[in-house]
Write a protein that binds this ligand. Structure first.
Ligand code: NDP
Ligand code: MG
Length: 399
């Protein structure tokens, strides 16, 4: 029962200064006997990293941005915290794969998280995967690395964590054998769920990041507004659970209480529910297979309405684009992801309208889908080319 007390899990958190990182440290702090922090990483937020170093005393703190690392080094020395500061992308891989580490929280945003997370998969770590873009870009390659090394992959994305909880514990990707008919991903519908196509096209960054149910980083908030987040999650589910595209369904559920469902051959539908708070899936994966305290308020169901509706791919074309990329296979998902990252960044900068996100992804897919996707180098090349094609398309729009 208390075997964990003999040997705490040793953790690296990639993206510790982000929303998922902060929630992870909140859960970790509730269980000082279970977890030790080996390394924390961030990109730009020096003050937040100083606070985290003060509270958690990791052995290493990494800032991917060298200027931020220099500033952090000074602050750590001034406070005498005794934390070693590293910088750059190679240091992310170093702290993700260090032999002392058994568990990696992968919570960098975007394809920037791929190299370190893939390296941890190859090194056989237990990987808590929030960074869905890694799996969208490198799908088969990533799953092959997990299988080859015997690494353990636990989903943090609330929908996939819900499905993981609703599947049989011994599920090995065989739908037939497990009697699984379909995976149902719930979607909140985002802040534009009830807006007209015209109003969506004119939406501002401030409107797009104001999610009704979840507090999240800016990029995933925009993805939730466009439904690209659900599209990325469809692709994520394909790889995590070995699902065929036609076995993955999306249903809009605006209250975000049912986090996703598994439909079985006998008509049973098993859902996981809870207060929308990322500390629940994070605690589930941190403690797995045990259940541990997460600090999440109990679900209050009295006098609440739960509703479900079909997604509208006419007003939200990004969801359809993701299904199309999944069907196309090869490099298409990597292209889709990179084009989306570029378009979201430009939208957040105020350089292009919201409607340009879907348009530039469609354009980039048309130009680049069908290219090689056998190796990591192929995928990184697809990512680079897609960033360039989408960037040119968006640049021309602005002029
Ligand atoms: P945030 O934007 O809040 O945090 C991102 C983290 O990544 C920060 O620590 C940031 O550093 C770091 N970072 C950003 N760019 C780079 C880079 N180029 N190299 C290294 N580190 C970088 O995002 P979230 O926490 O919201 O999301 C993280 C991931 O988890 C995403 O993939 C998202 O899709 C996924 N996810 C998030 C959910 C949520 O509720 N937030 C739910 C489900 C999945 P800094 O801040 O110091 O600049
Ligand atoms: Mg999600």
């Amino acid at each position: 029962m208390n075997a964990h007390r003999m040997k705490p899990r040793v953790l690296t958190i990639l993206g510790a200064t982000g929303t998922i990182g902060v929630n992870t440290l909140d859960v970790v702090a509730r269980h000082p006997d279970r977890f030790e922090i080996f390394a924390l990483t961030g990109a730009t937020q020096v003050e937040r990293m100083v606070e985290q170093c003060r509270a958690h005393r990791p052995r290493f703190a990494v800032m991917s941005e060298p200027a931020a690392a220099a500033a952090l080094r000074e602050r750590i020395a001034a406070e005498g915290l005794g934390v070693e500061v590293l910088e750059g992308a190679a240091a992310l891989t170093q702290v993700a794969t260090a032999p002392e580490v058994d568990t990696l929280m992968a919570a960098i945003v975007g394809a920037a998280g791929l190299p370190a997370t893939l390296a941890a998969a190859q090194a056989g770590k237990r990987i808590l995967l929030a960074n869905k873009e890694t799996l969208v870009v490198s799908g088969q390659l990533f799953m092959d690395a997990i299988a080859a090394s015997g690494a353990e992959l636990l989903p943090i994305d609330s929908e996939h964590n819900a499905i993981f909880q609703a599947l049989p514990r011994d599920f090995d990707g065989d739908f037939q054998q497990a009697g699984v008919k379909a995976l149902w991903l719930t979607a909140s519908g985002g802040p534009f769920r009830t807006l007209s196509a015209e109003a969506i096209a004119a939406a501002t960054p401030a409107q797009a990041v104001a999610h009704p149910n979840w507090v999240m980083g800016k990029k995933i908030s925009v993805d939730s507004a466009s439904l690209m987040n659900k599209g990325l999650e469809v692709i994520e589910a394909r790889w995590l659970f070995n699902a065929r595209p036609d076995q993955i369904k999306v249903v809009v559920h605006p209250q975000s209480i049912v986090h996703s469902m598994v439909e079985y051959a006998d008509g049973s539908v098993i859902a996981q529910m809870g207060t929308p708070d990322m500390r629940t899936p994070i605690a589930y994966a941190l403690g797995f297979p045990e259940r541990i305290e997460a600090g999440v308020p109990a679900l209050e169901l009295m006098n609440r309405q739960l509703s479900f509706e079909a997604p509208d791919t006419a007003r939200f074309p990004c969801l359809q684009l993701a299904f199309d990329a999944l069907a196309a296979g090869g490099n298409a998902a990597a292209v889709l992801n990179a084009a989306n990252e570029v378009a979201v960044a430009r939208f957040l900068d105020g350089a292009v309208p919201f409607g340009a996100i879907a348009a530039s992804i469609a354009h980039t897919l048309e130009k680049l889908a069908g290219g090689a996707a056998a190796t990591l180098e192929d995928l990184l090349e697809a990512d680079r080319q897609a960033r360039s094609v989408a960037g040119m398309y968006l640049g021309a729009l602005r002029a």
